[in-house]
Design a protein around this ligand. Structure first.
Ligand code: FAD
Ligand code: SF4
Ligand code: SF4
Length: 483
């Protein structure tokens, strides 16, 4: 009976997924013509069990399509889908598992979902656009395109002190505002609702930029209203995590205003943030404090990395070390699943990416009190290099000396390791029917080719196993309600 359906392409044995033993049905049902079986716009497969469709992949309804990104652990919580669909249709907000995720609150249609899938960094990522590369661009297989790599810090001691590492991103933002090269900086500050979260913020003065200094290791959605920001027609600089930068670059392929108005693209090199459930556990177990009781949470800055600090509504304040929170090496880091398979934590699509410089990737608690803070700064484009040079000339940034990709391997071993392994991980996820973003211009095939067969299998099998035991998935997002 199935073979007579017009949208049916072929019937295959399902070799991979367990639990869907009966078949994988390939379909090609055009959009705009709902079949009697409710299948419309699906070019993919349906899992049948005893002849009944128990799951479609890709999902069938617009809401299912959006939630599949979340359920497969690929949402980074950037907020862009809210801006595309409008806040009456999608809200990117805190959901029951603690993350900021999109929740459909109105009527979402397939056309809007098509646009979202094209720009969502859970579905598509791209390295530096080719038109931003030129004869001076050097290419490192791991660290991507760059025009210079140097050690640098903010010249103003206050900025260097308050900045996350050496304060370079803040100093560059201040330079851009003071010299009126942009009208504002779109970046992230502590959230006014949940102190461990970040919140999109526009800084219009150098003091405001400084107020947003410091890494925020919690959810932050800087792009929730970026279309409205573009509507105002004012030039600005964007500072966001590499996945936020990818989202905005994706948007630039559809909306010419992005490249007209986003004059500078700046990013911290990023290994991921603290999953909210682990944040809650940390606060409860160590300090008997609930997240909701906090009025302030500083993750970094005020030294390098500086003491973490929180304050509560009833006036309690605590300070502790970065390594009390993150541990003393990368094996102790707890991260969102998406960050474990991130193909670009190094900000390949930014003009400038700024990283930490601790050998081995973590600060040494015995020496960190004396560290004044120095960034490794990767200028990837001509605009980035010109900005760094101009900010140095104007006295905002001090550039100490050059560095190179192999130095970055030493201070960022986790980034190098992940970059080499990421395609094997993606292929493991794909084998389990999981969503994996399309990665364009990130050299993932060449990087994969450097893995030994044994390492490839380890990474591939590890990713599959994570899907099987449920560590690669998230529940359907539901808005969190305060108890
Ligand atoms: C989630 C996260 C993970 C990180 N992982 C790594 C890593 O693996 N390796 C490494 O070398 N360094 C990592 N860092 C630290 C980062 O490298 C330093 O923050 C960077 O070197 C910039 O230092 P700075 O002193 O110039 O920053 P600052 O001058 O303090 O400026 C930081 C800027 O980043 C913005 N910002 C802070 N948090 C967020 C956020 N969550 N989302 C969007 N924008 C934000 C702020 O608004 C500010 O404009 C991470 C930072 C973050 C936020
Ligand atoms: S990654 Fe961004 S655009 Fe994609 S679903 Fe999540 S919040 Fe929306
Ligand atoms: S590790 Fe990648 S996915 Fe995770 S927050 Fe950083 S850039 Fe985004």
């Amino acid at each position: 009976m199935l073979k007579t359906l017009p949208w049916l392409k072929s019937v295959q044995r399902n070799q991979h997924s367990r639990g869907f033993a009966n078949g994988l049905i390939m379909v090609d049902a055009p959009r705009g013509n709902m079949s009697e079986h409710g299948v419309e716009g699906v070019q993919g497969h349906l899992h049948l069990e005893n002849g009944r469709c128990i799951m479609s992949n890709p999902p069938v309804t617009p809401t299912e399509r959006l939630y599949k990104i979340v359920q497969d652990g690929m949402c980074v919580g950037c907020g862009l889908c809210q801006s595309i669909a409008g806040p009456d249709t999608i809200r990117v907000a805190r959901v029951e598992n603690g993350y900021e995720r999109p929740v459909v609150t109105g009527t979402l249609d397939h056309e809007t979902m098509d646009r979202i899938e094209d720009v969502c960094p859970g579905k598509r990522l791209e390295g530096l656009p080719p038109e931003l590369q030129n004869a001076n661009t050097q290419m490192d297989m791991v660290w991507g395109p760059y025009q210079s790599m140097a050690l640098a810090y903010a010249t103003d001691p206050e900025v260097r002190f308050k900045g996350s590492k050496g304060g370079v991103l803040t100093a560059l933002g201040q330079y851009l505002i003071d010299t009126k090269k942009v009208v504002f900086i779109l970046h992230v500050k502590q959230s006014g609702t949940y102190a461990t979260f970040g919140e999109r913020h526009e800084s219009h003065s150098a003091a405001d930029v400084l107020d947003g200094a410091g890494s925020r290791y919690g959810p932050a959605a800087p792009l929730v209203d970026v279309l409205e920001v573009l509507d105002r027609g004012q030039p600005f600089a964007f500072v966001g995590k590499p996945c936020d930068i990818s989202a905005l670059r994706n948007l630039a392929r559809h909306d010419p205003r992005v490249n007209e108005l986003v004059k500078y693209w700046l990013t911290p090199v990023c290994g991921g943030f603290m999953p909210p459930q682990d944040m809650t556990r940390f606060l409860r177990q160590k300090y008997d404090v609930e997240n909701e009781a906090l009025t302030e949470y500083r993750f970094r800055g005020h030294g390098c990395p500086g003491k973490m600090r929180f304050a509560t509504k009833d006036g309690e304040a605590q300070e502790f070390r970065y390594t009390d929170f993150w541990g003393t090496d990368q094996s102790m880091w707890t991260l969102p699943f998406r960050c474990k398979v991130c193909p670009d934590g190094i900000g390949e699509a930014a003009d400038i990416a700024a990283s930490d410089t601790w050998p081995g990737g973590s600060p040494d608690p015995s020496t960190e009190d004396d560290d004044l803070g120095t960034n490794a700064v990767i200028a990837r484009t001509k605009a980035g290099l010109d900005l760094l040079n101009a900010a140095q000339e104007a006295g905002y940034v001090t550039v100490e000396n050059e560095c190179n990709p192999r130095y970055l391997d030493e201070v960022q071993p986790h980034q190098t390791k992940k970059k080499l392994a990421v395609l094997a991980r993606f292929e493991g996820l794909r084998a389990e029917g999981h969503t994996v973003p399309r990665a364009v211009g990130l050299r993932l095939d060449e990087l994969k080719a450097t893995l030994s067969d044994e390492d490839y299998k380890w990474q591939f099998d590890g990713a599959r196993e994570r899907v099987r035991v449920g560590k690669a998935s998230e529940p359907t997002p539901k808005l969190w309600e305060r108890q």
